[in-house]
Design a protein around this ligand. Structure first.
Ligand SMILES: Nc1nc2c(ncn2[C@@H]2O[C@H](COP(=O)(O)OP(=O)(O)OP(=O)(O)O)[C@@H](O)[C@H]2O)c(=O)[nH]1
Length: 826
């Protein structure tokens, strides 16, 4: 894409590590994408002027021109395909306006495809499909098209068909169903030499291709007519001749269908990128079919407990819930809660979706601007961190150069260079006025956040020497800004640092980044499963006072803690009193109570003691919270993080505050001490109960291996089969909400081997039947599964998994796990 748009001089090759977007050494070495890089280019190329398009197709010159005749800015976000990085995919998905789903023409729809497809549907992102690798042996365009129908739950609108030499030979080009022409690529060329054949020429020189193209055209018109009345009209005007519909009418219809809410039309394109076949027409399709930022629905935002659309907020139409703390506080402070004034104060709103530490340029924060503009040197408020910084350098990123710009506007993607704080996922806003903080409640404005899945693997990280420890932690902090799906915790007693993440590869790459790219002098220990522990019973209320001499932290402070197990799956928000400060994370709930103080820290009755001047109620709440979170990261019995645990911390100034001796740090330390003591109290009779991650596993296999795979999951691995999908009849793995697609009604050109095979087509069909097994399996049993699955399925099986929940381990399994853990520690 970058080559054809004129931004690089040579075509990058993943196999020899010369790609532009996979720029991390770890990515180039492994040939995979890890971070979603964002790059801007123009299509059609800006320098070339208007692209020459095939003349005289359809014959009508009065109609609207396709968008691909005019230069557009395209922001390309390349996302990783490996299951360990689904979080990376998720966070880039949400900033997309449209997506190209690239399928492997041999593997077809894979388990991973279904997962990412469903996520994209959640964000309402219009998608087109590109079936790649059609040059490979065993590539099956037709079968893949049918799988798109059965497994992705939509109607494939075949916009291109593959062109094989002599019908079965080398893959040489594509048939363009919209423009009714054949595109023949020069063998072994860079893809710039394309010979175009009009239908009439094809009929003379390649009659089979012409025939297939006509069938495909009829199928496309018929499919769209079922979803789009305007095309039905056009069809009648065209004297009911499929071939007389103009390309523009078809593109407009496809676009209407694709952009309609809950669209079930999936435009399909074909190619072999490695042979440089099919890339430019795909770029035309991106320009012609996918929406511009202006055509996207209003992004969801929340402001405190109110939520709605961003433009609603700007117009002053967002209703702020009167019962919220926000409204009450606003009133007290005498500030406006006039929605229009709030909307007017917002000048720009952007999302930081990627933080990259570039060895030469420093920290680059990639942002997507949603409204207004982000200006150079303007003050930017980070509503996640509740702090502001100036965007001194704004860049637009091209393939190998970055261009400084004065502002980034709504719809644009660019970079803030040198930002000190912004992390992946943070909402950034600019606002009117010169204050360091935006007017309330804009400081709470959040673009719809993504949930970070709980990490299920961990490993110890050790600096090579004590001297390196500080440096290692600084570099870790940078890594965490890049990737919020990594977590780091430190053992208070041993000082050992642990890193946890989504998968083994995820942690390996993190360690690789830390050591090789960020040059931390450290090493990572063995990767193990991240179990959790939960309390067997509630503790007594425990008060601890921390004295400076005893601890590393200076100062004196106290805290009272009470801990208790939460019932499984309880909606924790229900158990918090409205006026208390509470925080939920990883299935835990921390509540901080200050029963004798008002929100300004003043005593409620004359018998109560006030806060000293150096402390405020919010500071105490955060200090206590941080102490509790630190304690929660290490359980009392097995040192695993706690789960389903409620921590209630209470501050009573007369007991816990010692004038100016009481600092923020000492309060945090006291809260941690008290929480830990309460944990010990709750486990004095019985040890914590271990919990293990149980995964939702989707396995794709063909009919022949189905029995073995099910047997293996349910008996050897203790898994529970949830459902069996039959892809070809449409009883697919996709959830029930997606409509079933009648696969027999899908148009797909015959695959070369289908006709030439000695087997009857039907037999072949059945043998290739793909099934999706959905199961719930403990993660412990899934370690090393890919290799096993491959051997059971002759290499064709694929699977994906995500954390479903943590479950208590009981009975003989508990013994076995504990034994293994103990063994691991010896
Ligand atoms: N034969 C053939 N091989 C291809 C084609 N396109 C890509 N490949 C090969 O497929 C492999 C994977 O290519 P990538 O571009 O890294 O695929 P990806 O989907 O981006 O992979 P991730 O970066 O892990 O997400 C490489 O070895 C490519 O050479 C094609 O059209 N034909």
């Amino acid at each position: 894409m970058l080559y054809y748009s004129g931004h690089t001089r040579r075509i990058g090759d993943v196999d020899d590590g010369s790609t532009v977007t996979d720029f991390l050494p770890a990515e180039r070495a492994r040939g995979i994408t890890i971070q979603s890089a964002a790059i801007t280019f123009e299509w059609p190329p800006a320098l070339a002027g208007l692209q020459s398009t095939p003349e005289d197709i359809g014959g009508d010159t009065s109609e609207t021109q396709p968008r691909s005749r005019f230069t557009h800015n395209i922001n390309l976000i390349d996302t990783p395909g490996h299951a360990d990085f689904t979080f990376e995919v998720r966070r880039s998905l949400r900033i997309l306006d449209g997506a190209v789903c690239i399928l492997d023409g041999v593997a077809g729809v894979e388990a991973q495809t279904e997962q990412v497809w469903a996520q994209a549907a959640e964000w309402n992102i219009p998608r087109i499909v590109y079936i790649n690798k059609l040059d490979r042996d065993g590539a099956a365009f037709g079968r893949t098209v049918r799988e798109i129908g059965s497994r992705l739950g939509g109607w494939p609108a075949v916009c291109q068909i593959p062109w094989f030499e002599g019908g079965k030979g080398r893959f040489t080009g594509v048939g363009d169903v919209i423009n009714l022409e054949g595109l023949l690529y020069e063998n072994g060329g860079d893809g710039k030499e394309i010979k175009r054949y009009r239908l009439s020429q094809l009929e003379q020189e390649y009659p089979d291709m012409a025939q297939e193209l006509r069938s495909a055209r009829a199928a496309l018109v018929e499919l769209l007519s079922e979803h789009d009345d305007q095309l039905v009209e056009a069809f009648f005007e065209a004297e009911e001749d499929h071939l007389n519909i103009t390309p523009s009418q078809l593109l407009d219809s496809l676009r209407r269908c694709l952009l309609a809410p809950h669209s079930t039309i999936i435009p399909v394109f074909a190619g072999a990128s490695f042979r440089n076949i099919g890339v430019q027409p795909l770029l035309d399709a991106v320009t012609n079919l996918l929406p511009s930022p202006l055509e996207r629905p209003d992004p969801d935002v929340s402001v405190g407990s109110s939520s709605g659309g961003l433009s609603q907020l700007i117009r002053g139409d967002l209703e702020f819930r009167k019962d919220t703390n926000t409204a009450a506080k606003l009133k007290k402070k005498g500030q406006t809660s006039d929605p229009l004034a709030i909307g007017n104060a917002l000048q720009g709103c952007a999302l930081a979706f990627k933080v990259v530490n570039d060895p030469r340029k420093g920290v680059l924060v990639y942002i997507r601007v949603y409204s207004g503009s982000i200006d150079r040197n303007g003050l930017l408020y980070n509503t996640n961190l509740q702090s502001s910084e100036r965007a001194t350098t704004l860049l637009r990123m091209y393939a190998n150069e970055s261009v400084p710009v004065q502002a980034l506007h709504a719809g644009e993607i660019g970079v803030i260079a040198g930002s000190k704080y912004a992390r992946t996922g943070d909402t950034l806003i600019s606002y009117s006025g010169n204050k360091a903080t935006p007017p309330e409640p804009l400081n709470k404005l959040q673009l719809r956040p993504i949930k970070v899945p709980p990490p299920v693997f961990f490993a110890a990280l050790e600096p090579n020497s004590l001297r390196e420890e500080k440096d290692m932690h600084e570099k870790l902090a940078l890594l965490l800004r890049e990737d919020p799906s990594l977590q780091v915790s430190q053992d208070e007693d041993t000082g050992q640092t642990q890193i946890s993440g989504m998968g083994e590869l995820h942690l390996e790459i993190a360690a690789d980044r830390l050591v090789n790219d960020l040059k931390a002098k450290a090493r990572m220990g063995k990767i193990a499963i991240g179990y959790r522990e939960t309390l067997p019973e509630a503790s007594m209320s425990v008060t601890k006072v921390l004295e400076g001499e005893r601890a590393a932290t200076k100062g004196k402070a106290g805290c009272t803690a009470l801990v208790e197990p939460l019932p499984d799956d309880e909606d924790t928000s229900l158990t918090v009193p409205d006026d208390a400060f509470s925080y939920e994370q990883d299935g835990n709930l921390v509540v901080v109570e200050t029963p004798t103080l008002d929100e300004k820290g003043r005593p409620l009755t004359s018998d109560d003691v006030a806060l000293p001047a150096n402390l405020t109620v919010p500071e105490i709440q955060t200090a206590y919270l941080n102490g509790a979170l630190a304690a929660l990261s290490r359980g009392p019995s097995y040192s695993f993080p706690l789960r389903n645990t409620k921590v209630t911390l209470t501050l009573r100034p007369e007991e816990h505050i010692f004038g100016s001796e009481t600092t923020y740090a000492s309060l945090t330390a006291a809260a941690r001490l008290a929480t830990n003591a309460a944990f010990r109290d709750a486990t004095k009779n019985t040890a914590s109960i271990l919990m293990e991650p149980v995964m939702n596993v989707d396995i794709s296999v063909d009919e022949a291996s189905l029995g073995n795979v099910i047997q293996d999951i349910s008996s050897s691995r203790g898994g529970q089969i949830v459902s069996l999908g039959d892809h070809e009849d449409g009883a697919s793995a996709s959830d029930n909400s997606t409509k079933r697609i009648d696969v027999s009604k899908i148009y797909a050109p015959k695959d070369p081997f289908e006709s030439g095979s000695s087997r009857s087509g039907e037999d072949h069909h059945r043998l290739n039947l793909q099934r999706t097994v959905k199961a719930r399996v403990p993660l412990k049993e899934m370690v090393g599964y890919l290799k096993h699955l491959r051997s059971m399925t002759g290499g064709r099986g694929t699977f994906v998994m995500s954390v479903d929940r943590f479950e208590k381990i009981t009975g003989p399994r508990e013994k076995a796990v504990i034994q293994e853990l103990l063994g691991g520690f010896v």
